[in-house]
Design a protein around this ligand. Structure first.
Ligand code: HEM
Length: 179
């Protein structure tokens, strides 16, 4: 775990480092070579061209919105999470999470323009985020991301971040309150 950001929040809104671009250097010669070129056969580089953000590479706004909508469809049927969310403003909740994720992954900064600094640990302090809530949150998000048709590398990158971010949001080990 890296040290917390200077503002005391956890590093869930640190700009991701640009993905490595170990673009294999194909042979400059157009003549077909009988032996496979090294570097072209093992694995595959990111399906992201240099200079392109992760946000753009996965399809921009429609992709993030699709993921967040699928996530909230799951929340609506989740006994642990549903009571925490504002039933009268699920559209607003959808927009806030979508904008945050878009901004985090290199898209427009609309989230911060509208809401200010994310300070997600602070914003979640009012919710009962115990390990059970984290597991439900991440499980729904995993299903949502897996349904979005991303490349395996993009999917793994996004899920890795979301899992760590969800863990960092835990603010209590008290059992889930009865409703
Ligand atoms: C670990 C379990 C989590 C729980 C139980 C949880 C729960 C909630 C709830 C109940 C809200 C209020 C909905 C609204 O009105 O917007 C909220 C807001 C939000 N959550 Fe979470 N959350 C969790 C994890 C995360 C993670 C991992 C992220 C980011 C990757 C995240 C990002 C956000 C954002 C951006 C908002 C809107 C903040 C605002 O601008 O007001 N949450 N969350």
């Amino acid at each position: 775990m890296t040290s917390p950001a200077a503002d005391g929040d956890l590093p869930v809104h640190v700009t991701p480092s640009p993905s490595p671009s170990p673009s294999p250097s194909p042979s400059p010669s157009p003549s077909p070579s009988p032996s496979p070129s090294p570097g072209m056969t093992v694995g595959a580089g990111p399906t992201q061209s240099e200079g392109q953000s992760f946000f753009e590479a996965v399809g921009g706004h429609p992709t993030f919105e699709r993921i967040v909508r699928a996530f909230y469809d799951g929340v609506a049927n989740d006994p642990i999470l549903r009571p925490m969310y504002p039933s009268h403003d699920m559209e607003g909740a959808t927009e806030r999470l979508t904008l945050f994720l878009e901004q985090y992954w290199g898209g427009p900064t609309t989230y911060s323009d509208q809401r200010g600094h994310p300070r997600l640990r602070m914003r979640h302090a009012v919710f009962h985020v115990n390990p059970e809530a984290r597991d439900h949150w991440f499980s729904l998000m995993k299903t949502a991301v897996e349904g979005a048709g991303l490349s395996p590398l993009h999917q793994a990158t996004l899920l890795d971040y979301l899992e760590r971010a969800a863990h960092s949001m835990i603010n209590t080990f008290e059992p889930t309150p009865e409703h």
